[in-house]
Design a protein around this ligand. Structure first.
Ligand code: SF4
Length: 154
């Protein structure tokens, strides 16, 4: 790879990244290994850094792996799944919920606390917004199934 090509591929690396945030990564001197979870193949992608700059990505089975690895290092995101308590027809029911899109990993604990403190009154339908804009992420927490008055209690 020529120096010009290398320069084009170079992406400014976020200095605020904490190594502890890279849970699924194996940190080497100038290389970080990331497991791509975009598809079941789960390629181990190696990201090479030079002076804090991302200079190359290897090991990906397709282009999506390169994009995933860059995002995983700079702003990792995950879809959060959990349950909330719903009072419906005099019974307490557990409603499975999830974020409608991935949210930043650093907001996961706060979002989880918000979900834990949420209690709803039923009935509700699959896809209903349970918590709008959770923790200011711009992403809603939505119901993963419907709850009717004649559903069994948990
Ligand atoms: S790099 Fe491509 S093939 Fe490999 S796990 Fe990611 S999406 Fe799948």
């Amino acid at each position: 790879m020529s120096r010009d090509q290398k320069a084009i591929k170079t992406v400014k690396f976020n200095n605020e990244i904490k190594k502890s945030e890279l849970k699924m990564s194996e940190i080497n001197k100038n290389a970080i290994k990331v497991c791509c979870t975009t598809c079941p193949k789960e390629c181990v992608v190696t990201v090479f850094l030079e002076d804090g700059l991302l200079v190359n990505v290897e090991g990906q089975g397709c282009k999506r792996g390169e994009k995933f690895a860059q995002k995983e290092i700079i702003t990792p995101e995950r879809t959060l799944t959990s349950t909330v308590m719903v009072e419906c027809g005099g019974k307490l029911l557990l409603l499975p919920v999830k974020t409608a899109a991935p949210i930043p990993k650093k907001e996961m604990a706060l979002a989880m606390n918000t979900i834990r403190q949420t209690k709803l009154t039923g009935p509700c339908r699959m896809g209903d917004v349970v918590i709008p804009n959770v923790c200011g992420t711009g992403v809603d927490v939505v119901a993963c199934r419907s709850i009717k008055e004649n559903d069994h209690a948990c």
